[in-house]
Write a protein that binds this ligand. Structure first.
Ligand code: AMP
Length: 211
């Protein structure tokens, strides 16, 4: 199994790029945020435990997300290339992946972007409730209001994309990110990219790193 982790602030484009790459079939995109939102929607016991943390913009406790990702990875076949989006978010999570010989991370890609651009990106972000396709009210509006161009589903704002929660999520990101950057730098696995470039240029850079 090959594992690439995408590091970067919420709104830096990790999910958008991982989705695009996985549509090209060579990669499996795993987003712990998407998995947790699905757990909340299905009212599972994990969803019930995670909801209060997510609503406040805080991290869900390590033991819950580590178990979630371990279970998910154990169900995938060994010849797949996984793009982990939103995991690890703490050094304890990175260490948990690293502790298992079958889930070693080959590379970590840091999406770099200034904070002041992120608030605007996140508060204007909208997503399709059915297929998860991302939109932005200003930069990437849907062709008809409220309706997904890709599947016709309903487009909504994530409950944690409101300004107060976004600020909290950015604080949480900054408090954890340096530890993760150091962790993967020491393993000579860290690559940085300018996530403020146009999306197709970011995709090109990513493909270069992943080859
Ligand atoms: P995301 O969709 O990646 O922005 O994640 C949304 C929310 O899910 C985060 O603000 C956290 O509350 C929670 N979450 C997602 N991934 C993790 C993780 N690896 N560790 C802890 N909490 C997470």
């Amino acid at each position: 199994m090959q594992i690439t982790v995408f590091l970067g602030a919420p709104g830096s484009g990790k999910g958008t790029q991982a989705k695009k790459l996985s549509q090209k079939k060579t990669f499996i995109h795993l987003s712990t945020g998407d998995m947790l939102r699905a757990a909340i929607k299905n009212n599972t016991s994990l969803g019930q435990k995670a909801k209060a943390f997510m609503d406040k913009g805080e991290l869900v406790p390590d033991d819950l997300v580590i178990q979630l990702i371990k279970e998910t990875l154990s169900q995938l076949s060994s010849n797949q290339h996984i793009l982990l989006d939103g995991f690890p978010r703490t050094v304890a999570q990175a260490e948990a992946l690293n502790a298992n010989p079958t889930t070693q991370v080959q590379r970590a890609i840091l999406f770099e972007i200034p904070d002041n651009l992120l608030v605007e990106r996140l508060t204007g972000r909208r997503v399709c409730t059915q297929c998860g396709h991302p939109f932005h009210i200003k930069h990437m509006p849907p062709k008809s209001e409220g309706m997904c161009d890709a599947c016709g589903g309903q487009i909504v704002q994530r409950s944690d994309d409101t300004e107060n929660v976004v600020k909290k999520r950015l604080d949480v990101f900054h408090s954890q990110n340096k530890g993760l950057v150091d962790f993967y730098s020491k393993k000579n696995a860290l690559h940085k990219l300018d996530a403020n470039l146009p999306a197709d240029q970011v995709e090109g850079l990513l493909i270069g790193i992943l080859q």
